[in-house]
Design a protein around this ligand. Sequence first.
Ligand code: SF4
Length: 213
Amino acid sequence: MSGAEKSIELVLRRLKKRYPDEMHTSLNHSNPWELLVATILSAQTTDAQVDRVTPALFKKVPNPKSMAKLKPKQLYPYVKTLGLYRVKAKHLVGTAKILHEHFHDRVPNTIAELTMLPGVGRKTANVVISNAFNANEGIAIDTHCITVANRLFLYRTKDAKRIEERMTRVVPKSDWGNLTHLFIALGRDVCTARKKYCSNCVLKDICPSSDAK
Ligand code: SF4
């Protein structure tokens, strides 16, 4: 176990204090269906861009049943400003059909069921479970989390699944959901993939990769 892994309680305490408003997804949603749709749309797109298109989209398709009736093309006008919008529209309609036909129009709350849906991988499933159901089955790992975990915990891998496995062994389960968003906040703020700004980081004295000790 690395030094920073042993200090995980301290890491969490400092990050929560530094980023108190970042312990949940910034994607606008008011129910699990909306969060699932927004998270599928957020692949390789900023949350802000997704939030600009979802109000009209949620009005048009407020539940799986309403989206299951559509052809992917009918969603294009709502999502065309987002990257990969054709693929995402196909995934959304495919997901809606499965939810309508097999889940009584409800969004499931397990990784096994969620990852059966098109466009839904472990990361999306973990985001939905944590933010829509207030539960934790794993840790959602995005590119920011990969960067931060490699520097802070001295992992030497970009494999999200392996990083998730290692982090679930050291992070208290009650903080699995928080950790994703705290690492994203840190990764956007000072521990960016391109450059690290250690002198402004609240972990600079305990991070083994810090150049500002
Ligand atoms: S001290 Fe530097 S390398 Fe470590 S987490 Fe902070 S910004 Fe990243």
